[in-house]
Design a protein around this ligand. Sequence first.
Ligand code: DGJ
Length: 732
Amino acid sequence: MNIVWNKTSEQFHLYNDRLSYIIGVAPSGELANLYFGKRIHDRADFSYVLFRMGMPNVVVDADTESYSMELNCQEYPSFGTTDFGAQAFEVEMANGSRISNFVYKSHRISQGKKEIKGLPATYADKTEAMTLEVTLADTLAGMELILYYTIFEGYPVVARHARFKNVGNSKVKLTRALSACLDFPDQNYEWMQFSGAWARERIPEIKKLSTGVTYIDSRRGASSANQNPFVILKRPGTDDFMGEAIGFSFVYSGNFIALADGSTHGRLRFVMGINPDRFCWPLEKDECFETPEVVIAMTDRGLNDLSQTYHKLYNNHLVRGKWKNTPRPILNNNWEATYMDFTEESILKIASKAKDAGIELFVLDDGWFGERNDDFAGLGDWVENPKKLPQGMAGLSRKINALGLKFGFWIEPEMVNPNSNLYRRHPDWVLSVPGRKSSLGRHQLVLDFSREEVVDYIYGMLHKVIKGSKIDYIKWDMNRALTEVFSVDTPAERQGMVAHKYVLGVYSLYSRLIKAFPNILFESCSSGGNRFDAGMLYYAPQAWCSDNSDAIDRIRIQYGTSFGYPIVSIGSHVSAVPNQQTGRVTPLDIRANVAYFGTFGYELDLNEISDEEFELVKKQVEFMKENRALVQFGDFYRLRSPFENDQAAWMVVSEDKKKAIVGFYCLRSNVNALPGFLKLAGLDPDKEYRMEGKTYYGDELMNMGITLSEFYDRGFTISKDYDSFVTIIEEV
Ligand code: DGJ
């Protein structure tokens, strides 16, 4: 890993074993991208890659030999001079002009990585990463801009963000401040996005790029289930096992945009950052604005390799604290078992049975506070309901602990029901426009987390409940989009800051709670997977992946999620049948065989299942305890896509390649078809492995594959809907 500055050519070369990122000061004084891709040798001058030909409509000036930004790859372009593509940023000066010219001023190369104040970001110590900060200045605007680039040892990754500072005497406005731009000299790419809606999140969609604009965004206040802030650009033909691809993962949980712009000259631009729609950040003298981070990863070895890069990077350099690289407790959550209709007694009955099954953590979901007996009331009143918890959370946590279980509970701190004491006392604490009707979502309004006093108040209430009890886990929910985004406490010219300040408020509440209670395991949730993003993982190392707990749908949802997010971050539970979202009836073993590939737990009352099923649950819990370290932190491979087949398969392999676990699922029967083979991946070709009592070489398992008929002995046939198996492969 190194960052080289060549003073004569004014070029930077960031490289490690796998990638090179080359940046140069262009004839315009701005930064041009000279190369991004597989590692290449360094050389003193790469400026031969700049085009000074073609037919640009406008050029920088007479001295620059017809250099036009439009024909060359830029690092962080603006609009209004010689580039007509999507701009990375826009500054509006006091006189209304929106033209800028940020030129190279200085730079700094350092070991390690600095944190981004108030925002989630990857981190690394001095031996693990190097950072380049390039300062650009626009003297007329009185502005400085710093572009940050971090390269990590051993990862084909560059993390980027930007920081603006008003160093002049007049006010300016940032009307667009994206985190990164990456230009490519050709457009032969496919765009892969992860889209969906409530209960069917992160479904991969692929489009061929060409000229013109392709984009996804969120304007819902949260990153959203509709579009995930993670996009892959891949070469046509790239699949899970081979080919080139570049991933862009936004470490942020609010409104975002990801956009590809193919110019008619053949250049392709990709930009990502906070959604500029309605964003406006005024900067007074000496004020700064720092963008969130985009993590760019590349591969020339297929999408499994790209995903593994994100899994490892996020497990080692994003997730922090006690739960970093720690296998997660197996939990039982009461939501689908009771909804809000419970008493302390009924909860203890469920918990006690969970303990008998070997489960380690009990989670009390929504309904324990205020007048919360349905979703019309109580949100915002974070005080125990004495009818349900006569001795409060403290009493219940003691009793659950006495059973031998850890204990955690549910909160939704960002919201308030109009029917709540909090709203009656502070009706102006919500996002709303005076004189206009406020839209409701699940009968609730959104608290104005852009205001410190609101966040302070909620912190105080939650702190009291947590402090008085023994809490090991918190599920933090967020169940509606932001609408009528207006803060009554904010002057007119600062309203464009509110949506981002809201997200900063959420992050600050997380930070304060984590600081006060560093051992608590946070699980984020947003009507399931409505805010499953890298920003959240910095605070909450796992996320409830979807409210859809049906095993068959979950295969698709977890498969899609695995492209950008670690397996250990995927909240996945076994629930009752008929499934409460889909009505589907699936066997208990496929429900567990899917849920193993995540955090694992149960979302049902184990008193309600048969004795035979309960015995099976005990075995499932035991299996997960034995194998969770491998499943949650091993190298994950997607083997067969549920989007292209009636079957799906995936596997994890230990780092030393001595052990692997394969999951195979039949989504839909395939009567009278040959069972076929399943080719494995990631094993050592020369090692001999044992699987189901027989031995095979790694190369056999990866090239010939598993004969699926082997599993007929275990009752598995691919001619039955919802058949599945999980099998262990171990070095002999
Ligand atoms: C939505 C979540 O996704 C569910 O798991 C559950 O916690 C409910 N909210 C509770 O209101």
